[in-house]
Design a protein around this ligand. Structure first.
Ligand code: PYC
Length: 403
């Protein structure tokens, strides 16, 4: 009987070695997915360094929304591959990540918003992604609890409907990748902070950590919130500002909502988990900060706007609220790839509020880059040099809420 219910450890804690082929800084979904896909390619001398417990940063603090209804052809193709990888992830990892493709609606409360959604629908369709404009009757049918009357200050007029979008269990994704990577020989070192990166003649040679030094020729910066600090260790300044992003969760309720609802105009997004809790978030805080503290003004503002959409939540209690921190780039697209002048240093950063959605594709394509030395076509547009070359990939219009 005991054997039946005995739980085995998800990953193995091994001693920190003094040499690895690849060192990944950041033990969130991006770092762990990269380690997993490197190991799948046979690159197993890999260390993942995480200064806290794994998934303690943005991977454990996001609102777990998955979608690919972006605004640029580059963004749509990239996030579409991520959705496809998420679709097969439970089977690939042998671990249920509870991906619920319940559908995703971005609401429009003004003509200008409808125009923006129409452009996205067309770019999505041209890229083969299911996404279309729908009107009040269909919205009412899909989401009976939503107030689609003329009553609210900003009545709902239309929506971008994206059926493949949905929600996932973010901890399970992190644990599943960690387990898969560890089983293939990757070393995961929690509570191991990177304190410096050594270079010689423009080539990475090692990483210093609070637990000892490591020799390596390849380092990936897969951090969120602290990517500028890590980049500065090799003398690079990233075009990034870091802002808190807050969210809260309600007490569990009987199932009433089986779509992800986003209102950019009201700065709010709402979904209901399998446990019945509503997960509700808003825009990034307007000030730059590394703080994980949540605030009362956020809760008041976001709760108020949620009630404009769902008056039925009026008497519901809030269980808890929290904050994560987001690295924002000027064009709201990530920075991925190698870095001119620092051989062996790779970036997978600048995810703003889109990071969790991209974990599988970013991991898979970054692993391909590190293993082959060739930048995959899918991530070429996200290079650091786009800022000096003037080739921005503007994804602000696809943000869940306008910032
Ligand atoms: O882009 O869907 C999104 C999102 C939701 C919360 C943060 N980002």
């Amino acid at each position: 009987m005991f054997q039946l219910f005995r739980t085995s450890r998800m990953w193995t804690a091994r001693p920190l070695r003094d040499r690895y082929d690849v060192v990944i800084i950041g033990g969130g979904v991006h770092g762990l997915a990269t380690a997993y896909y490197l190991a799948e390619r046979g690159v197993t001398s890999v260390a993942v360094l995480e200064k806290n417990y794994i998934g303690a940063g943005a991977s454990g603090r996001n609102t777990a929304i998955i979608r690919s209804n972006y605004r640029t052809p580059e963004g749509v193709a990239f996030y579409d591959e991520s959705v496809k990888l998420y679709e097969e992830l439970s089977v690939r990892l042998g671990y249920n990540v509870l991906f619920s493709q319940q559908g995703h609606l971005t609401l429009a409360h003004a003509d200008s918003a409808i125009n923006g959604l129409r452009v996205r629908a067309e770019v999505n369709q041209l890229s083969g992604v299911e996404s279309r404009l729908i009107w009040r009757d269909e919205i009412r049918r899909l989401v009976p609890a939503l107030d689609v009357s003329d009553g609210p200050r900003y009545p709902v007029l239309a929506a971008l409907y994206h059926p493949p979008g949905g929600i996932i269990r973010h901890d399970a994704v992190v644990w599943g990748y960690a387990r898969g990577a560890s089983r293939r020989g990757v070393d995961i070192h929690s509570f191991t902070e990177a304190t410096g990166i050594d270079t010689s003649n423009g080539q990475v040679t090692g990483v210093r950590t609070a637990r000892g030094d490591i020799k390596t020729g390849a380092v990936l910066n897969a951090t969120a919130g602290f990517c500028s600090t890590i980049a500065r260790m090799v003398g690079i300044r990233l075009p990034i500002t870091t802002h808190p992003l807050q969210a809260f969760v309600t007490e569990p309720l009987k199932a009433f909502l089986d779509k992800v609802i986003v209102s950019a105009n009201l700065h709010v997004y709402v979904s209901q988990t399998d446990r019945g809790e509503c997960v509700i978030g808003s825009e990034i805080d307007p000030y730059s900060s590394y703080s994980h503290r949540s605030t009362l003004p956020f809760l008041e503002h976001t709760a108020h706007n949620t009630l404009e959409l769902f008056p039925c939540l009026k008497h519901v209690r809030v269980l808890r609220q929290w904050a994560g921190i987001c690295d924002m780039t000027p064009d709201y697209s990530p920075i991925m790839g190698d870095v001119p002048g620092v051989k062996g240093f790779y970036l997978d950063v600048g995810w703003g509020t889109y990071g969790f959605k991209a974990g599988p594709v970013a991991g898979r394509r970054t692993a391909e880059l590190i293993a082959t030395g060739k930048t995959p076509d899918l991530i070429k547009a996200f290079s650091l040099t786009r800022f000096s070359d003037g080739r921005l990939v503007g994804e602000k219009a696809a943000a869940a809420v306008s910032h």
